[in-house]
Each structure stands twice: as structure tokens, then as C-alpha cells.
Design a binder for this molecule. Structure first.
Ligand code: ADP
Ligand code: MG
Length: 390
């Protein structure tokens, strides 16, 4: 991280002709459990990973917002005061929709965009893109805490998560929930964020993986997903339709004991979508309870059950994710599941530390045997949320 920081500082000075006023960073995340529950007001249990977006920021005196990224040659630039007009005529596009979208959304949450100073922003990130590890929330959250500080807004972390979500929903056009930004902004080292997506209350739940001799292995299938299209939106609509048919505002209000009634009322597909969400909420509660009472070695079966539910009821898995999960479990993982929105992206496996290599080799072999592209596998550690870098 300190190498990345130094490089970013040097690059920032080269690009702008002056030193950065500060560096901020925000992590990607893995969702331990609680998938496709956030937009139904349910429970999630993500943690920040040791892969981060880094942001160098320098104030300008001409009111212009300029944003560049090591990820692309494009540089976007417009006066801060024009953000609202630019958003209204759909001018905020491509990757700049994330950082510029956050700047715009801060205006929606009270920043006076006619008065705040302009800034140069330079982004770098080692969160893999489109892998289900939320490279998008990492960028949004880094930009959100940095602008909150230099624009002297004093917004809470919870509010900044809503800012990131607003950018993603209204500017990027992806109807995603509040989980990713919350994980990136609220996480603490070696712990998960237990978030109630209805009240937005959150608790830090210690994970204790290392003490239990366990590691979390990410298996990035390399299958790219895009949440602004197709399946994600459809699933969300199914959940809304199911809730309406059951006479509740959000599926969060439906308990496991009401599934029999749901089966009688709903068509088969909507019922299975609903059953996933309802049982997944229960699995999050059970996971938190087990983490607190018995530790992480006890949660394997809940991870497996979550994957089966996402595969069979919610139907957001893909063959590569299923193979990753099955191979990990077959080679010593104590639990595994797809993580993130699905349709590609990554799986996670909870693996005894001394078995990590065996699982990695087995997954590589299984993918090759099936003619799938080579996956990337790497261990992630539960890490701190967004912060200003020293
Ligand atoms: P995920 O969040 O799962 O990685 P998304 O599709 O939600 O996938 O977000 C990926 C998008 O975020 C990229 O297509 C790009 O627009 C933006 N992005 C990610 N990393 C960077 C980066 N380092 N610089 C600029 N934009 C980035
Ligand atoms: Mg994303």
C-alpha cells in the first residue's frame, strides 16, 4: 500500500504540476453471507478486503472538477457548479460516472455545489474490476470521504454510503443496494459489518479467521458481470412483485414461517425468488449468532446453503461459480459460496490455512478440465474501511 501511495503521489504531481493535498483509500469487499437481501431491506454481513482504491486529491482555485484514473487514459473535467446540469442531460458516463456521480450526489445530500472548491482527483485501485468484489464501491467511498473532508461537509459514514448508492443508482444506472458502500465505509480490521439494510443500523462482528486457522480464498472466475443490465434488475423486480403479492412493503417483513402461505399465493418463479431472500436473511442472523458463540469454524454449512439457494432458487449463479464452490468443498474448504450479485464474478471459500494451496491447485485443474478460462485465486484478509492515508 505504501508503494502504491508513493507512485500515486508522483503520478499526481506529474499530471497536475502540484503535490496532492492528501491521499484517501477505500476497500473492496467480500460479502460473507446475505446476498440479494439488501434491496429488500434485509440483513447482510460483508467485510472489507485488503484490496483498495486509492485517491489523490488536490484543491484547485478555479471551481473545476477533474478526474483521472490509472485504469484509463480518459480525463474528465467540468466545473463543479455544472454537475447538476451534466447529470440532467446524461453527460456523466463511462467510469467517470462513479467519481463524478458521487460529487453530484453529495449535492443531493446538502453540499452547495455552487460554492465548494474545485479538485483534481487521481484514482488507482488494486480491486479487480467486475469480479464481484465491488471495485465500484471502493472508488465511490474513497471519493465520498475525501470530498466530505475537503468540502467540509461533516456527513456521517452512513450518509456517505447513501451518497455512493445514489451515484450508482442515478448516475451509473445500476439498481444496487446499500451493502457495498456500507462495507467499504464501515468495516474494521478482522471483523464483518452486520448491517440491517432497513434501519441502516450496523454492528461490527469480529471474525477471528486467523485464530481459528482459517483463511478466506477468493476464486475470481473471470466471468464479467454488469449489474446495470438484465438479470440483476429482473431479480429486484421479482422481489418487489413478491412483496406486493404478499401484502408487505419489503420482503424483510416475511419470516421463514410464512413461506407456506407464500407458496400458495405466488407463481413458482416468484416463490423461489422470495424463498431465497427469506431464508438468506435467516442465514445471516444464524451466522452472526454462530460467529459469536462458536467462532468461524461453525459457519461452513450456512455458506454452502446460501450458495445452493442462490443457485437453485434465485438462479444468479453460473457454471464457473458452481464448479469453484464444489471443487473448493471437495478439497477441504469448510464452506463456500458465490459472493456479490452473481452472473459471474467471484466465489469465496473458507479454508483451513494449510489447505489453501490444495484448493487453489484443484480449482485451477477443474477449470482447465471444463475448458473454462483460468480463474484467479487469492486469499483476502478482513481489513479496515475507508480512511485518510498517512
Ligand atoms: P464491481 O464493483 O463488482 O467490480 P461494477 O461493474 O459494479 O463491478 O464496477 C466496475 C466499474 O467501476 C468499472 O467498469 C469502472 O467503470 C469502475 N472502476 C473500477 N475500478 C476503477 C478504476 N481503478 N478507475 C476508474 N474506474 C474504475
Ligand atoms: Mg459494483
Amino acid at each position: 500500500m505504501s508503494d502504491m501511495r508513493d507512485e500515486l503521489r508522483t503520478m499526481f504531481a506529474g499530471l497536475t504540476g502540484h503535490d496532492a493535498d492528501g491521499i484517501w483509500s477505500a476497500p473492496g469487499r467480500v460479502n460473507l453471507i446475505g446476498e440479494h437481501t439488501d434491496y429488500s431491506g434485509g440483513f447482510v454481513l460483508p467485510f472489507a478486503i485488503d484490496r483498495r482504491a486509492l485517491l489523490a486529491l488536490g484543491l484547485r482555485d478555479d471551481g473545476v472538477l477533474r478526474v483521472a484514473s490509472t485504469f484509463s487514459d480518459e480525463v474528465f473535467e467540468l466545473p463543479v457548479a455544472e454537475l447538476c446540469a451534466a447529470q440532467a442531460d446524461g453527460r456523466l458516463g463511462g467510469w467517470s460516472a462513479y467519481p463524478l456521480g458521487v460529487a453530484w450526489a453529495l449535492g443531493e445530500f446538502g453540499a452547495d455545489l455552487d460554492a465548494v472548491p474545485g479538485v483534481d482527483l487521481l484514482i488507482d485501485s488494486n480491486v479487480p474490476v467486475g469480479a464481484g468484489l465491488s471495485s465500484s464501491a471502493a472508488i465511490e467511498s474513497a471519493v465520498a470521504i475525501a470530498l466530505d473532508e475537503v468540502w467540509r461537509l461533516g456527513l456521517s459514514r452512513q450518509t456517505l454510503a447513501l451518497v455512493g448508492q445514489r451515484a450508482e443508482n442515478d448516475v451509473v444506472g445500476a439498481p444496487t443496494g446499500i451493502m457495498d458502500q456500507s462495507a467499504s465505509l464501515l468495516s474494521r480490521p478482522d471483523a464483518a459489518v452486520f448491517l440491517d439494510c432497513l434501519s441502516l443500523e450496523s454492528e461490527i462482528v469480529p471474525l477471528g479467521f486467523a485464530d481459528a486457522g482459517l483463511a478466506v480464498l477468493v476464486i475470481d472466475t473471470g466471468v464479467m458481470h454488469a449489474h446495470s443490465t438484465g438479470g440483476y434488475r429482473e431479480r429486484r423486480e421479482s422481489c418487489e412483485a413478491g412483496a406486493a403479492a404478499l401484502g408487505v412493503a419489503m420482503l424483510r417483513e416475511v419470516g421463514v414461517d410464512e413461506l407456506d402461505r407464500a407458496r400458495r399465493i405466488l407463481d413458482d418463479v416468484t416463490f423461489r425468488r422470495v424463498r431465497h431472500v427469506v431464508t438468506e436473511n435467516q442465514r445471516v442472523l444464524d451466522t452472526v449468532k454462530l460467529l459469536r458463540s462458536e467462532g468461524p469454524a461453525a459457519i461452513g454449512e450456512l455458506l454452502d446453503a446460501s450458495h445452493r439457494s442462490l443457485r437453485d432458487d434465485f438462479e444468479v449463479s453460473v457454471p464457473e461459480l458452481d464448479l469453484a464452490v464444489d471443487t473448493a468443498i471437495g478439497n477441504g474448504a469448510i464452506g463456500a459460496r458465490m459472493t456479490g450479485g452473481g452472473f459471474g464474478g467471484s466465489a469465496i471459500a473458507l479454508v483451513p490455512v494449510d489447505t489453501v494451496s490444495r484448493v487453489q491447485v484443484a480449482v485451477d485443474g477443474a477449470f482447465a478440465e471444463h475448458g473454462f478460462g483460468a480463474p484467479e485465486t487469492f486469499v483476502v484478509r478482513p481489513s479496515d474501511g475507508a480512511h485518510r492515508e498517512p
